[in-house]
Ligand binder design. Sequence first.
Ligand code: GLA
Length: 382
Amino acid sequence: MSTAQLEEHFTSAFDHAPDGVWQAPGRVNLIGEHTDYNEGFVLPFAIDKTARVAIGVRADSTVRLLSTYGDHGMTTAHTTSLDRAAAKGWTKYPLGVIWALQQRGIAVPGIDLLLDSDVPLGAGLSSSHAIECAVVSALNELTGAGLGPEEMVLATQLAENDFVGAPTGIMDQSASLRGSKGNAVFLDCRDQSVRLVPFEAEPAGLVMLVIDTKVSHSHADGGYASRRASCELGAEILGVKALRDLSIGDLEEASGLLDELTFRRVKHVVTENDRVLQTVELLSSEGPGSIGALLDASHVSMRDDFEISCPELDLAVDASRASGAIGSRMTGGGFGGAAIALTPVAAEQQVRTAVVRAFSEAGYKAPDIFTVTPAAGAMRLA
Ligand code: GLA
């Protein structure tokens, strides 16, 4: 839906014009998985699929929420009594952001909000963070709160952790708020410092394919939290503030101090941090064609040591690699969602066909396959 259509739709639904329209993108993570809450490194980029919100401020404390997809009914709440247990579906995200801003002492007025989004839901492309980042950008302006990107990142993390109930880190919202066209966002999750790293597949004769397995997942389920708990246990036993403080050379000693499972969790995080740093180096020195082996190694580590893949993701990775991709890995939190496959332009069609065929032969739902390029971060559209 265009910005003008969204404004029109808003006006006819709420009987007044919106104060503005804001958008924020989903993301793919090039590399650096489950490293963010270990104060490590990540390298995601914002994609050209976005959530857009038209918002109008009200004179009272009522919040009315409407979307162009899924449940078409209007949800009503009040800024004075936000109830996380009662919030349903996507409405948790805007309500969570209002709640999080309130926790930071920001007075949020009642609003009418219309959401439109083309970020696929539950595909591991951060559709929820796209909504949260569009809303936090809007409310930051509309309330005059004057938060910088780092503070908006923390506000949306608070919304996710304490309102939505998913113990996630800061990667997704950082990509959505701080992304930039043509660049991946190299983020140090300890101090939120960012370096933009050019990532343009096309001039290197490559495309980045996303293979959405259609296996949906929720990070409010137990798998994500249990991985996080293992990492915290590992850091505690090894006497470091966060796993970020360990390097590959520390792993041998760690293997003697940790139980076998905790060790594998720790090993994934420590080696993944190292792979992020190597990827950044290689992208600068040799370009995107040189990072395939690191993507592959990242997937193996998630599959075998962190155990967050699933048969559909493994098949997407194996089938794309076997048919011509130069590197492939699951992206995002895991347990479903999408894989990325860095693929020579000349092999794109053959990879698409091979993956679809492999899914059909395995009796899996047909995957959705599309290309992504690094796009701009959150912005005001009108
Ligand atoms: C989800 C979380 C992120 C990050 C990834 C795994 O996307 O929201 O904070 O932990 O999983 O890298």
